[in-house]
Design a binder for this molecule. Structure first.
Ligand code: N01
Length: 552
């Protein structure tokens, strides 16, 4: 392929380094990076803050934590033998089952020898003089490499509660995203759960099983569909395994990176009311969010179409929850279905029929403070022995913004992203040479089967590094123009959908002070991967490659 955009100018020859690539994070992305880069002979080291690998699946140990993508899809595809050998117990994997799988992959491929656990990265600084990234840990250790991969995750910075009084609370409090390894026993306790996103909705039925009293503090009602989880059907499992290679390949040609869901062909309002009802009913019975959103072509594009799908779920909630006031409060009313992450639950709405479970609306009466014995809203006071914050994450940019990333003498990444993230393809940031992101903002990551996107990005980065080696380049960076165009394109794509109509973590608005910018690329995995392939075919269009090999 021609290197149409390669710069002929030279940067300084590179100094010796500790590693070829430093990887920040030991989750699914960090682990696959080790595997992939090692295969091409690179010396790598991954740094992981936790005392084990697994990232999101390491930290989110709250009761009921389960993936909303089916087990047979939600796994790596690089080891076809493992695909055949591994036995997933249920349709949707629990957190322990997924962590067991990740630990197994790490062991099977001997990945742990390149992971340094218990090590949070504080700074990553690029020197124009040495052409190296110097990465410093919280313990003060500094290592160098010409390239750095941020495998820092999208939902890895739990949003710490900022309510006044929390330090004086006499009971224990927990965040779903930082759940104690040893678990929590809520038996005989009066428990309060704040937050009704996926984490709240998944944990509430489980906490209700143990707690003496459970009070759920809801600011925004969310749409949730029944997961219809069950032990994995052996016939379906065998059929899936027989087609694994084809399905894995086909997944890249789908919007969400998951094969097996034929795209809809009709708009919602082209169907009669009866047909629509039958369609939604069938999908409701089937379980799964993609299936439901794939009922019609325009559910995420047209408000009137979306209304039909939203109304159907609201009717189900009203029919399930016996207390009319609670049922009404649980009905989402401020965003179209699917514009916030559509939740899959197991008996969430039914939980509110239990006599010891109650729902409090903290939109009309916000939480004011945590008291020593519970919490106070602007209207009432609640006595609690334990509080669970299911209050979400500083999503997509939080983990990277926490690290001081900059080129010597230049602006930090946090400063560069003051008005929202700016990336090229969600892979690189203009002005930060040789610093790659896996499923960064403005990529489809969180709107896809994450592991597929993780592998796609890692493979893309690995191929890019190989290309640089073969062509004698040492430095790659995205151009300002390419980033500008990509950010604009991402926004235009989002604006052509209903997504920006919700105050979601996709928009960053759950974090006070974070700019309201829609962050994921929602044009679909199939469109995105085609774009990335075209960029490569056009000689890494939008990137500048330069430099010379050491000693050249
Ligand atoms: O976080 P969230 P999450 N007072 O941000 C509320 C993935 N995930 O951890 O909507 C009162 O969705 C907040 O209210 P509001 C999945 O992608 C996947 O639940 O801001 N309430 C909201 O209800 C998911 O989308 C899985 O008005 C406050 C909640 O806290 C993403 O992670 C499982 C508040 C936060 O919901 C995040 O989910 C779990 C306040 N001051 C997570 N501040 C699966 O695979 C916040 N809230 C299934």
């Amino acid at each position: 392929m021609p290197d149409a955009t390669l710069e002929t100018g030279r940067s300084a020859p590179r100094a010796q380094s500790d590693f070829d690539v430093i990887i920040v994070g030991g989750g699914l992305a960090g682990l696959y990076s080790i595997y992939r880069l090692r295969k091409q002979g690179l010396k790598v080291r991954a740094y992981e803050a936790g005392d084990g690998v697994g990232g999101t699946w390491f930290w989110n140990r709250y009761p009921g934590c389960r993936c909303d993508v089916e087990s047979m899809e939600y796994s790596y595809s690089f080891d076809p033998e493992l695909d055949q050998e591994w036995k997933w117990p249920e349709r949707y994997g629990t957190q322990p089952a997924i962590l067991e799988y990740i630990d197994h992959v790490a062991e099977r491929h001997d990945l742990m020898r390149d992971v340094q656990l218990n090590t949070r990265i504080k700074t990553a600084v690029f020197s124009e003089k040495t052409q190296l990234w110097s990465v410093t840990t919280e313990h003060g250790e500094t290592v160098t490499a010409p390239a750095c991969i941020m495998a820092t995750g999208n939902l890895s910075t739990p949003r710490k509660p900022d309510f006044p009084g929390i330090d004086d609370f006499k009971g224990n409090w927990y965040h779903t995203g930082l759940w104690p390894k040893e678990g929590v026993d809520f038996t005989d306790l009066r428990v309060g759960v704040i937050g009704t996103g996926s984490s709240g909705v998944q944990s509430i039925p489980h906490i209700a099983e143990q707690a003496k009293e459970l009070t759920v503090f809801q600011r925004t009602a969310n749409f949730s569909l029944p997961a219809r989880n069950a032990p994995l059907d052996p016939v379906k499992e065998a059929a899936h395994k027989a087609e694994y290679p084809e399905r894995r390949k086909a997944a890249y040609d789908t919007p969400f990176g998951i094969a097996g869901f034929p795209p809809p062909t009709q708009n919602a309002l082209e169907a009669t009311e009866e047909e629509r009802r039958a369609q939604y009913e069938a999908k409701w019975g089937e379980g799964g969010s993609i299936s439901y959103l794939f009922s019609y072509k325009d559910l995420l594009l047209d408000e009137a179409a979306n209304q039909t799908a939203s109304d159907f779920v609201r009717e189900k909630i009203l029919a399930t929850v016996k207390d009319p006031k609670t049922a009404e409060l649980l009905c989402p009313n401020n965003h179209p279905i699917g514009t916030k992450r559509l939740i899959l639950d197991s008996y969430y709405y039914e939980t509110f029929n239990k006599p010891h479970v109650s729902l409090v609306d903290v939109r009309s009466a916000p939480i004011q403070e945590i008291t020593p014995t519970g919490l106070k809203t602007t209207e009432d006071e609640y006595e609690l022995d334990a509080i669970v914050f299911a209050t979400g994450f500083d999503a997509m940019t939080g983990a990277m913004r926490e690290i001081d990333i900059h080129v010597e003498g230049g602006k930090t990444l946090e400063e560069q992203w003051e008005d929202g993230p700016r990336t090229y393809l969600g892979i690189m940031v203009a002005g930060l040479p040789n610093l790659f992101m896996i499923t960064g903002p403005q990529s489809p990551g969180v709107k896809s089967q994450m592991i597929l996107s993780i592998q796609w990005h890692t493979d893309w980065i690995a191929d890019c590094l190989e290309h640089m080696k073969v062509t004698g380049k040492t430095r790659i960076e995205a151009t300002e123009q390419a980033a500008e165009d990509w950010v604009n394109h991402t926004r235009e794509v989002a604006d052509s959908t209903l997504y920006p109509k919700a105050n979601s973590w996709y928009m960053g608005v759950n974090i006070p002070g974070k700019p309201a910018v829609f962050m994921p690329y929602v044009g679909g995995v199939h469109t995105y991967t085609a774009k990335c392939n075209a960029v490569v075919a056009n000689g890494y269009e939008g990137f500048v490659l330069s430099g010379e090999t050491v000693g050249a």
